[in-house]
Design a binder for this molecule. Structure first.
Ligand code: SF4
Length: 364
């Protein structure tokens, strides 16, 4: 039943594919950028980021020559910032070790920072027409439905089986189009809820469709409960209406981005105690903690946070970057030049609407 799958799918893709900016180029560098940005991120979100990025860095040399802060500023809001840092590092490697030409072999490309099995298969097939099949959430959904695989898609047995099927189905003549076609089908037709099977080019051979099981395949065992952390940060203003910000180390989550100093609340601790302890540990200062300015929620892939921002005043000591790479006092105009995680951005926008006396009200 699968002999027509590849052919029917490719024919459909060539007529129905979306016109996306990275589909208008055959430049391996730009295809690489798009694949990194598309990891865990929706196409609509990626488009403006991709366009800005390739505008500012049209070649791998431009990216390799840039500063990390410039790269992260362009990545700001896209999330998963290690992707931006790794891409930047990998661009430097391409320039230094490969004469500025993205390598076209599996072994070489897989050694670049941030290029895992999925991304190497995507780049090799789309940019270099090599028959490496990609497997992502869309491919797993399409193939488990098509072949009627009812076991848990979190299991490595199912993931391996899907990879085997994808390797068998890939078109040796058009591997890049094939990979994009399965993913396009998963994104546009074979959607998680209510797949549009009437418009599907492979419905005649699809087990889930023909046995009315599209609502139970793919099967996913229940997820573990996502932890929820309470984060308390300090808003410290000086006499020049500048706020104190800290640069996160490169080797931690959100590394290379700026933040207001603070951290995770420990069990049994009040939020006031958290701010006091964190600012002492991070900056080596004693602070007086005043009222809460704002609290907001944010969800990351593996946990959620509620961020509590407190007005604070330093009562003893000069701030030192004890756990950050650098500290800076910045005005609310200058702050826009620094890349921040998304949760902090909302806070900053609120702060920018305050007048000077509101900003300095705890500065006695
Ligand atoms: S027929 Fe329906 S369930 Fe089967 S692959 Fe097509 S869209 Fe998915």
């Amino acid at each position: 039943m699968s002999e027509f799958f590849t052919e029917d799918l490719l024919q459909w893709y060539r007529h129905e594919k979306r016109d996306l900016p990275w589909r208008r180029t055959d430049d391996p560098y730009k295809i690489w950028i798009s694949e990194i940005m598309l990891q865990q991120t929706r196409v609509d979100t990626v488009i403006p980021y991709y366009n800005r990025f390739v505008d500012v860095f049209p070649t791998v040399h431009d990216l390799a020559d840039a500063g990390q802060q410039q790269v992260l500023k362009l990545w700001e809001g896209l999330g998963y910032y290690s992707r931006g840092r790794n891409l930047h590092q990998a661009a430097k490697t391409v320039v230094s070790d490969f004469d500025g030409v993205l390598p076209a072999t599996h072994d070489e490309i897989s050694k670049l920072k941030g290029v895992g099995p999925y991304t190497s298969a995507a780049i090799l097939s789309i940019a270099f027409q090599k028959p490496y099949a990609v497997v992502d959430g869309n491919v797993i959904r399409v193939l488990t439905r098509y072949f009627g695989i009812k076991e848990d898609i979190r299991s490595s047995k199912v993931k391996n089986r899907v990879q085997e099927l994808a390797d068998e189905l890939i078109s040796p003549d058009s591997p890049g189009d094939y990979n994009q076609a399965v993913m396009e089908l998963g994104a546009m037709v074979c959607t998680p809820k209510n797949p549009d099977c009437n418009k599907c080019p492979v419905s005649s051979g699809c087990v889930a469709y023909n046995s009315a099981q599209t609502d139970i395949i793919p099967y996913k065992s229940p997820a573990k409960k996502i932890p929820h952390h309470q984060i308390a940060v300090g808003l410290i203003v000086n006499g020049n209406s500048e706020l104190l910000i800290a640069l996160r180390p490169n080797n931690v989550m959100l590394g290379g981005l700026w933040e207001f100093p603070g951290g995770k609340s420990q069990s049994g601790e009040s939020l006031h105690q958290t701010v006091t302890r964190e600012l002492n540990e991070e900056l080596g200062v004693e602070v007086e903690v005043f009222e809460k300015y704002r609290q907001l929620k944010h969800a990351y892939s593996h946990f959620k946070i509620t961020l509590h921002a407190y007005w604070c005043r330093i009562t003893e000591g000069d701030p030192q970057p004890r756990s950050s790479m650098e500290l800076k006092w910045v005005t609310l105009n200058e702050i826009d030049d620094y890349p921040f995680p998304k949760a902090n951005k909302t806070l900053i926008e609120g702060l920018q609407s305050l007048n000077d006396s509101e900003l300095k009200r705890f500065l006695v």
